[in-house]
Design a protein around this ligand. Structure first.
Ligand code: ATP
Ligand code: MG
Length: 403
C-alpha cells in the first residue's frame, strides 16, 4: 500500500499542479485514526473557522483493520445530503488507508469526486480535495444501451464463469428453465469455458443424456452471452486499482435481478481477497459502500441480502466492512438492519422498525427534536456507535458533488 501523502501529492500534481506540504493538515485525523463526520454545533457557531476538539464528532478505529469493523447504515429521507456525507466518509477512509468500492444505482453522482469540493463548512484541518476513482459497469446488463461517451468513461467487467455453479446463477442470466440446471451442472463439473460448454452440450446430447430441446435452448443461451461479451473480460482488478490509489465505483443502470447477483459476486470476490490477505497476515480494511440500495437490497432480495449479511459476518476475519445509505428502513430485512452496528439516523417517521435503538435516540426521533433548516440544507443527525448517541451537523462537501 502506497503512502497516502504520496498518493495525494500525485493526485494533486495530475489534477491541479498544486503542491502540498509533507505535513498536511489531515495528518491530525490520521494520527487519531478517526473518521470525521461533523460537529456538535451549527456551522454558524464556528464562523472563525476553529472547531474545538470536544465539538468534533468522529468515529475512531484502531489500526488493525480486523479489530474494529465498520458496518454502518445511514438512514435518512431523500435530499438530506446522505450522498455528500458518504463522499466525505470515503475521503476519510482513504486517508486511513482503507480500500473502497462504491456501488451506485441508476445515477452518475459519484463521477465528480475526483475534483475538489465546493462546500463551505469544513474542519480547519480538512481541505477540500478530490478522490481518485475508477468506474466500472457490468457487461451483461441487457436493457442498458450506453451512449458512446459513457462507454469511453467506464470500464466493463463480467463475472467469471467458474462461479456460476448454481441454477439461480443461470436463472438470473435469463437462461431458460430447462437450461439452467444443465449449465450449472456442467460448470460444477469443471467446464468453465464457453466453447467447451458448447462442445459438452453436443456430446451429452449424442450420448442421449440430454433432450434436444434442452441442448438447443442452452446453446442458444450461451451464444447470446458470447455475443454480449459476457465472460469475455476479466473481473475487476480490485487490488491493482486500490494500489493505484483509486476507489472503485460500480454503476448499475439495468435490471434489478442482475444487480442482485452481481452484488453477491462482488462480495465473493472481495472475500477471496480477504482470505488471501489473511494467509499472508496482511488483512486490509475493505469497505463496500451502497448508495441508495433500496432497489436491490430489499427484504425479498435473497442474494444481495445474503451478500450484505456475509460482509457483516466476515468483518473481523477478512477486513470486510459495509456502509449503506437508505431512505427508508422499512423495506430492508430487519436482520440486515440489525447487522449494521453503527447507525447514522436523520429525522425519519419509521424509526420504530429499527430494533435496538437506544432510548435516548428514540426519544429524540419521537419528539422530532433534530434541527432542520431546509433553505440552507442543514440537517442535524444522530450517530449511534458503541452504544453512544451523539448529535451532529455534517461537514459540507469535501469532494465535488453535482448541484
Ligand atoms: N448547500 C447547498 N446548497 C444548495 N444545494 C444543496 C446544498 N446542499 C445540498 N444541496 C442539494 O441537495 C441535494 C441532495 O444532496 P444529496 O444528494 O447528498 O442527498 P441524498 O440524501 O443523498 O439524496 P437521495 O436520498 O435522493 O440520494 C444535492 O444534490 C444538492 O442539489
Ligand atoms: Mg443520495
Amino acid at each position: 500500500m502506497k503512502n497516502i501523502i504520496d498518493l495525494t501529492q500525485q493526485m494533486l500534481d495530475r489534477n491541479y499542479g498544486l503542491e502540498i506540504k509533507q505535513e498536511f493538515p489531515e495528518q491530525y485525523f490520521i494520527d487519531r485514526n478517526c473518521l470525521f463526520l461533523g460537529t456538535r454545533k451549527l456551522p454558524d457557531e464556528y464562523k472563525d473557522g476553529i472547531i474545538p476538539p470536544e465539538d468534533e464528532v468522529n468515529i475512531y478505529f484502531p489500526e488493525d483493520p480486523t479489530s474494529n469493523p465498520l458496518n454502518m447504515a445511514i438512514i435518512e429521507p431523500t435530499g438530506t445530503k446522505k450522498t455528500r456525507l458518504l463522499k466525505n466518509i470515503v475521503y476519510g477512509l482513504k486517508l486511513l488507508q482503507s480500500n473502497v468500492v462504491v456501488v451506485q444505482y441508476k445515477s452518475r453522482q459519484w463521477e465528480y469526486i475526483n475534483e475538489a469540493g465546493d462546500g463551505e463548512f469544513y474542519h480547519q484541518y480538512i481541505h477540500p480535495r478530490g478522490v481518485k476513482r475508477s468506474d466500472y459497469i457490468p457487461s451483461y446488463i441487457v436493457d442498458f444501451e450506453p451512449v458512446q461517451d459513457v462507454i469511453d468513461e467506464y470500464k466493463v467487467y463480467s463475472p467469471s464463469i467458474h462461479t456460476f455453479k448454481k441454477d439461480l446463477d443461470w436463472k438470473y442470466l435469463k437462461a431458460s428453465e430447462v437450461a439452467t440446471s444443465t449449465l450449472a451442472g456442467l460448470v460444477k463439473r469443471g467446464v468453465i469455458e464457453l466453447d467447451k460448454l458448447k462442445n459438452q452440450l453436443n456430446f451429452e446430447f449424442k450420448k442421449k443424456r440430454l433432450a434436444s430441446s434442452t441442448k438447443v435452448s442452452a446453446l442458444r443461451h450461451l451464444e447470446n452471452l458470447q455475443n454480449k461479451n459476457i465472460f469475455g473480460y476479466a473481473d475487476i482488478p480490485f487490488e491493482v486499482e486500490w494500489n493505484e490509489g483509486n476507489i472503485i465505483i460500480i454503476s448499475f443502470f439495468g435490471q434489478e435481478d442482475n444487480i442482485e447477483l452481481n452484488v453477491f459476486k462482488l462480495v465473493e470476490a472481495l472475500t477471496k481477497i480477504g482470505i488471501n490477505e489473511r494467509t499472508r497476515n496482511q488483512v486490509t480494511r475493505k469497505v463496500v459502500v451502497f448508495d441508495d440500495p433500496q432497489n436491490y437490497i430489499r427484504a425479498n432480495n435473497f442474494y444481495s441480502s445474503l451478500a450484505v449479511n456475509n460482509i457483516q459476518n466476515m468483518s473481523r476475519e477478512y477486513g470486510m466492512n459495509c456502509i449503506a445509505a437508505f431512505q427508508d428502513p422499512t423495506e430492508v430485512k430487519s436482520t440486515i438492519l440489525n447487522g449494521f452496528t453503527t447507525k447514522i439516523i436523520g429525522q425519519i417517521d419509521s424509526y420504530d422498525t429499527i430494533k435496538g435503538l437506544p432510548f435516548e435516540a428514540k426519544e429524540i426521533l419521537k419528539n422530532k427534536d433534530l434541527y432542520a433548516d431546509r433553505d440552507n440544507f442543514i440537517f442535524e443527525k444522530l450517530l449511534i456507535h458503541n452504544g453512544k448517541v451523539e448529535r451532529f451537523f455534517q461537514y459540507d462537501c469535501i469532494v465535488k458533488h453535482q448541484r
